[in-house]
Design a protein around this ligand. Structure first.
Ligand code: 1GP
Length: 229
């Protein structure tokens, strides 16, 4: 079975965005460790199923990052379930989860579920607006969230989500210094091999999203990060 701890690079594909067969092949045949399907807007059962079936032709791990209950479909290797630790709305802490468990708790394979503690840091991002995240955080806040994830909730993953913009290396390093069991995911603004390398030198795992749709060549270059070799 796949070991998430060994993943250093993930491509996150948005089921609401078109991608050609040729680009999808490049992504899936690259040196990435896994594909994650996830997005914020217009994620539906139909577009998740469609993208899943296209990616399934390739021999690499495939995860769904759950954004709404309606678009959860069987057939993924893993289901990543975000809890947005800096959301001001309980819906995004455990409210959606409560509803999901009431409806489907009897049929969930919990061994396939990975709980992710998200800290959303780009105020301008869709995810920040959608989850009503309090993004006005200083380094001490980010450190405290890291302690919360690692030492209190004991989450498998802390995801520093800067979606659409580059994060502060100092803040990422500060978070990392509080983690000894929780795996650090970093996502946001990776636009070249160099930026991938700088974030990968601190985070355990980097996530590349938009670049797949903006510049496929540069996106593939991000998979060459040294930690992988
Ligand atoms: C988004 O963290 C990912 O959820 C990746 O961010 O799209 O900015 O690469 P980008």
């Amino acid at each position: 079975m796949y070991d998430i701890k060994q993943w250093h690079h993930i491509f996150k594909l948005d089921p609401a965005k078109p991608i050609s067969d040729a680009d999808l092949e490049k992504v899936c045949m690259s040196q990435t460790d896994a594909i994650m399907i996830g997005g914020t807007d217009n994620v539906t059962e139909d577009n998740v199923l469609h993208l899943m079936s296209r990616v399934r032709r390739y021999p690499l791990p495939l995860a769904l990052e759950i954004s709404n209950i309606e678009s959860v479909v069987p057939g993924f290797d893993f289901y990543f379930v975000p809890t947005v630790m800096n959301s001001t709305d309980v819906t995004y802490h455990n409210g959606l989860l409560l509803e999901a468990l009431k409806m489907y708790g009897h049929m969930i394979h919990f061994e396939d579920i990975i709980f992710e503690g998200y800290v959303v840091l780009n105020a301008e991002s869709k995810v920040a607006r959608h989850t009503k995240a309090n993004t006005t955080l200083v380094t001490e806040d980010i450190e405290a969230y890291a302690q919360m994830a690692n030492d209190m909730y004991r989450l498998p993953i802390l995801y520093l989500e800067y979606s659409g913009t580059k994060g502060s290396l100092e803040d990422i390093q500060a978070a990392k210094s509080h983690l000894n069991t929780t795996q650090l995911f970093y996502g946001g603004g990776i636009d070249s091999y160099e930026s991938a390398q700088s974030f990968a030198s601190i985070a355990d795992t980097i996530i590349v999203g938009n670049l797949v749709y903006e510049n496929i060549k540069k996106a593939i270059q991000t998979t060459k990060i040294k930690e992988r070799t």
